[in-house]
Write a new protein. Structure first.
Length: 114
């Protein structure tokens, strides 16, 4: 696995990009550990794509637990990170081995760190 391409306009933006990559490694990687979510998401975090009705950190945990229950061997692979100030966006790939029956797909996750 190669390292993701990182583009940042300042040292602070580069630090924000690094923090987002920590999130990918800790929460969205093969370990599927949602316990660290509270260290990454503020209590008033809002998931604007919350289908469960709970748009806070608990809803994110529920969504990820559901995803990992279906794709037990899947994980997100960050490919490119672009950071400007406190705004970070990630182009990533949801990797699931062919045995799981899931197609490979690419997504992006815009994230505000400040």
């Amino acid at each position: 696995m190669s390292e993701p391409e990182i583009r940042a306009d300042t040292d602070a933006a580069a630090a924000n990009a690094a923090r987002i990559l920590e999130f990918f490694a800790a929460v969205l990687g093969p370990a599927h550990d949602t316990a660290p979510l509270d260290g990454f998401l503020a209590a008033d975090f809002v998931d604007h794509d919350a289908a469960s009705g709970d748009s806070g950190p608990a809803g994110v945990r529920t969504k990820l637990d559901g995803l990992w229950s279906v794709l037990a061997d899947g994980h997100y692979l960050p490919l490119q990170v672009v950071a400007a100030g406190d705004l970070v966006t990630v182009r990533s790939e949801l990797v699931a081995p062919a045995a799981s029956g899931a197609p490979r797909c690419r997504s992006h996750l815009p994230t505000r760190t400040g």
